[in-house]
Design a protein around this ligand. Sequence first.
Ligand SMILES: [Fe+2]
Length: 319
Amino acid sequence: MNTNQTKGFTVNPHPKNKRLLVATLSRKIINNFCKKVAPYSVQSIEYKPFLRFHIANCLNQETSNTLGAFLLNTIKERGTGAVLLQCESLEKEVLNNIDYIDFNILLSAAVSHLIGVPNLDSMSGKFYARFSVKNMDNSDSYLRQAHRRLELHNDGTYVKENTDWVIMQKMIEVDVDGGESLLLHVDDWQDLNKFYSHDLAKQDIQWGSPTSKNVGYKTYHPIFLNENNKNEPRMSFIDQFAEPLNIDQGLYLYEMGESLESESNTFGVELNEGSMLVINNYSWLHGRDKFVAKKNLHRELLRQRGAFVENTIFEEKAL
Ligand SMILES: [Fe+2]
């Protein structure tokens, strides 16, 4: 897609990695979107799934139907596969009296429904999950723990649904130093061929999850999933939830984790409040750097995970 033909938003490569495209929605687009979605509460889009598509269409129409095509084409394209979507302004008058948090939820719901359908998030029981990272945490995974690095991984390893894409949105940030999002495209991993050509690359691994995830079953799949094309390995890996059943699997996974964590092509991305990363989950690994300890540290995040829908109308509107 020729990004010169986008309407109401600009697109630029991220300074740290040109695979990541930075899309900025103009004040006018945000303001018009807010006016159109003002009648709808967060509760109404939770209760009525079709409203989520309606607000997605509202956003898309404001961009002359270019945003949906841009997002879908970029996320599906192997060479890119990631968008940092941000707003030019989140001033009160631009949001047209919509509550700031509500606006964030409505916006990311619109975005997710332009690229497919979100999976039910079993941690929240909704199509999205909100969670906080604070200075203290006693949960049962590394998701909310501030003082350690959240290692590179793919989402959805332990659920049955396809997890083609992930949206990670930052809503609130207070007293934060550090904690950048970490990203690595699979093709930028220098040890990819070593692990992709290994005997265990296509062997099923068992995956489970801790109690807080509310998933009561195991899944079985290899690290490297069926490729669309021969030279485009797709990954589904996370260190915490792989359950190796023999020493060969254990050592393969251990070495993979060590290699990924020492990869120099991994880069950090700072997200402003109200911005979100939209990434192809099988061609990008993501993580989070550790935070500097601060007493009032608080970050409020929203995530959605979902699947592409075949024959979506937006895909056919190639520009
Ligand atoms: Fe994740």
